[in-house]
Design a protein around this ligand. Structure first.
Ligand code: ADP
Ligand code: ADP
Length: 229
């Protein structure tokens, strides 16, 4: 069974500053099995972030269909959105938010009832229990990254997507993130991560899809795929 089913997904951006339209995705088909750690791999500009942003509901697709946990994005937008949590690449946290406030706002946005909120538990899981009431501006880059993971998990999504989780991250934080992703998988979360590091995908992922120029050019379980490269 698939956590994600993408069919014929296309995205054309209008193009910036006089340049013509950009076809970022050209009929992408992709299945991501439930329970896997799936790596979306490809060079810069391949269309990884566009795919993620469409899954997150942040970018409108031009054509095609997306099912998240069985819910079609167009037919059941609320359910498909509730099934997914996305950790962005940029550290985009308001400097005067505290982790607790950030998670509260997020829980409110997703309609998580107060008695179901697990703010302290989620913060403890990413090693931020003692920072719950600190301003984000006082948190290190590594802490902010972990806070963004906690934020994406507030509504207990079945699918967690991490966009380049370890880009520019030092080796100790990278190891911590990897260990945490495995823990999530053990607890039943399907994880999708984008990366342009083959070693990261090899270390982490059960299955890898490679995109190039807006198309899926290979997709297989990690060992099979690496043997063919
Ligand atoms: P990746 O994440 O694999 O690096 P992206 O999805 O960011 O790839 O980009 C795919 C293509 O779409 C690139 O050519 C990029 O320049 C273009 N693109 C991405 N976002 C926009 C945007 N907002 N407007 C115009 N073009 C964009
Ligand atoms: P910690 O001590 O909590 O691990 P650090 O400040 O040492 O936090 O940063 C950990 C990692 O986060 C570093 O490898 C760094 O590259 C990355 N990082 C720090 N600031 C940023 C930023 N503004 N954007 C992206 N990554 C960052």
């Amino acid at each position: 069974e698939n956590a994600i089913e993408i069919r014929g997904l296309s995205k054309t951006y209008a193009g910036r500053g006089g340049s013509g339209p950009v076809a970022a995705l050209k009929g992408l088909d992709l299945d991501i099995p439930k329970g896997s750690i799936f790596g979306l791999l490809g060079p810069n500009g391949a269309g990884k972030s566009t795919t993620i942003n469409i899954l997150a509901g942040l970018v409108n697709k031009s054509a095609g269909s997306v099912r998240i946990w069985g819910f079609d994005q167009d037919v059941n937008p609320r359910q498909s959105r509730a099934a997914i949590g996305v950790v962005p690449q940029e550290l985009n946290i308001d400097p005067f938010f505290t982790p607790r406030a950030l998670l509260d706002v997020q829980a409110g946005l997703y309609g998580v009832r107060r008695r179901d909120r697990r703010t302290d538990e989620v913060l403890a899981a990413v090693g931020l229990a003692d920072k719950a009431d600190a301003y984000a501006r006082s948190l290190s880059g590594g802490m902010q990254r972990r806070l963004l993971i906690a934020k994406a998990l507030v509504h207990s999504p079945q699918v967690l997507v991490l966009d380049e989780p370890t880009a520019g991250v030092d080796i100790s934080l990278r190891r911590m993130l990897w260990a945490y992703v495995r823990e999530l998988q053990e607890r039943g979360t399907t994880v999708i991560l984008t990366t342009h590091y083959l070693e990261e995908a090899e270390e982490m992922c059960d299955r890898i899809g490679i995109i190039s120029k807006g198309e899926l050019v290979a997709c297989d379980d990690t060992q099979t795929l690496l043997r063919r490269l």
